[in-house]
Design a protein around this ligand. Structure first.
Ligand SMILES: NC(=O)c1ccc[n+]([C@@H]2O[C@H](COP(=O)([O-])OP(=O)(O)OC[C@H]3O[C@@H](n4cnc5c(N)ncnc54)[C@H](O)[C@@H]3O)[C@@H](O)[C@H]2O)c1
Length: 438
């Protein structure tokens, strides 16, 4: 089977590579010439564990190729996946310009049946717009060619994307014709054989499922952050509360970790987009409005703690940040809490020293040399007055506190992810602050 994946970012590259790995003939398409040139030379544009090896192996086998020209492969493929970005527009709606550009190109150049599958996260009604856009182009060309649209939202997590794609909790597919269902069933057969659930439904339900899933996860995070902030005020320990409620099987243990707010390319934009969709339909998403408000406040919580520790006098203090990516396992810094922190620290007159195992280049690309990029996690701490842990990379979990004690000027540790033991740090001579515990 031959397919094309348009958009070779975090989702498109993983999807294309993983389909190639299970024997599909895949052409990955992107408008970014540099990206495609690099991929053709075996240079992977993103950090994603396990991906590089798979890309190189499948490219060598001839099952995975890269191009900037969708037109050139359209005649050969049965399915085109669209995995281009859907960033928020200035009102918070999902901007569909890239998705519709892809649809237009397909309509302009297709010569035989194709199934057009939207993998990007898009609001309900987008598949209809994709269909109309393709049809309008075919009408202009005076052609009557059959095609189908489908929705196949992606649930992979950055940092674990390859495993998530290969062993999904579920695959959601929205279709509106038997032909499309047959094609998607054939494509996902290896997953069905492995007993992963492939769930067929109507297209609006599939589109909505993705937003509902991300909004539910964001809700759990904001709920726990709210509980954590209250714990601090009343003298409870959120770690114990978390363990206490997570053991209830109706609640479960996952996604109950308080921290310094959710970021990334998905939760913030998808929560916003769902709120806007509701507004456009005359409905108010009360819960999600609160989820967003709590998250905005939470992104400033670590700075407020620091501010209090130094009685508001942060001028010329040296602050070390451990972790820049929005979560461990990725170099993605879209909507990362670290960026909010850096901005606040600099506005307060601090010198900022940062370290991240993989996101240093991405940080430099975004904010240039406005901070000191440390050579390792200890270098970030040289003469620091305080260290703030923003992203819980594994290598930060068991540092040498004796080395840190000697390296820092003052010994304030602010743990934005609750990974350290308060008693251990106190004994080692640190002033330790975390989230949700007085
Ligand atoms: N990143 C995630 O973890 C994740 C998970 C699930 C779903 N999603 C959704 O998947 C979609 C893609 O997200 P991403 O993080 O992979 O985005 P990304 O920004 O990493 O990649 C998008 C790619 O599309 C390319 N592109 C844009 N317009 C194009 C066009 N007309 N033709 C060809 N290529 C084009 C861009 O150059 C870019 O390389 C979004 O809707 C996102 O919400 C993302």
């Amino acid at each position: 089977m031959k397919i094309a994946i348009v958009g070779t970012g975090y989702v498109g590259l993983v999807t294309g590579t993983c389909f190639a790995e299970i024997g599909v003939d895949v052409t990955c398409v992107d408008v970014d010439k540099q990206k495609i040139e690099n991929l053709n030379r075996g240079i992977i544009p993103i950090y994603e564990p396990g991906l590089e090896e798979l890309v190189i192996r499948n490219a060598k086998s001839g099952r995975l190729s890269f191009t900037t020209s969708l037109e050139s492969c359209l005649d050969d493929v049965e399915v085109v996946f669209s995995a281009v970005g859907t960033p928020p527009d200035e009102d918070g709606n999902a901007d569909l310009k890239y998705v519709l550009q892809v649809a237009k190109t397909i309509g302009e150049h297709m010569n035989n049946y194709v199934l057009v599958v939207t993998k990007s996260t898009v609001p309900v009604g987008t598949a209809r717009k994709v269909r109309e856009t393709i049809q309008a182009e075919l009408d202009k060309r005076g052609l009557d060619i059959e095609f189908d649209v489908a929705s196949n939202p992606e649930f992979l997590k950055e940092g674990n994307a390859v495993d998530d794609f290969m062993s999904p909790d579920r695959v959601v597919v929205g279709v509106e014709s038997e032909r499309a269902k047959k094609v998607m069933t054939r494509l996902y057969k290896p997953f069905l054989i492995n007993n992963f659930r492939v769930m067929f439904m109507d297209i609006p339900s599939a589109e909505m499922t993705k937003y509902a899933a991300n909004s539910m996860l964001a809700t759990r995070i904001s709920f726990m952050n709210d509980i954590a902030n209250l714990c601090e005020l009343v003298g409870a320990d959120v770690n114990m509360v978390r363990a206490g409620i997570g053991s209830d099987t109706r609640i479960g243990r996952k996604f109950l970790y308080p921290g310094c707010g959710y970021g990334g390319s998905c939760f913030p934009k998808d929560v916003k987009a769902l709120i806007r969709t509701a507004e456009q339909n005359g409905y108010t998403m009360c819960v999600l409005n609160a989820v967003e408000e709590v998250n905005e406040r939470q992104k400033g919580v670590l700075f407020e703690k620091l501010h209090r520790l130094f009685d508001g006098d942060l001028k010329d203090k040296t602050i070390a940040l451990w972790g820049l990516s929005f979560k461990p396992g990725t170099d993605d810094m879209r909507e990362a809490t670290s960026l909010v922190m850096i901005e606040k620290l600099q506005a307060a007159g601090c010198n900022v020293r940062v370290y991240d195992p993989v996101a240093m280049d991405e940080c430099r690309r975004r904010i240039g040399d406005t901070v000191y990029y440390a050579t390792d996690m200890y270098d970030a701490l040289v003469d620091a007055d305080a260290m703030i842990l923003v992203t819980e990379w594994k290598e930060f979990r068991l540092p040498s506190w004796s080395v840190i004690r000697k390296t820092m000027k003052q010994h304030y540790i602010i743990d934005g992810r609750n990974i350290y033991d308060a008693d251990e740090l106190k004994e080692a001579g640190f002033h330790y602050t975390c989230i949700g515990k007085r």
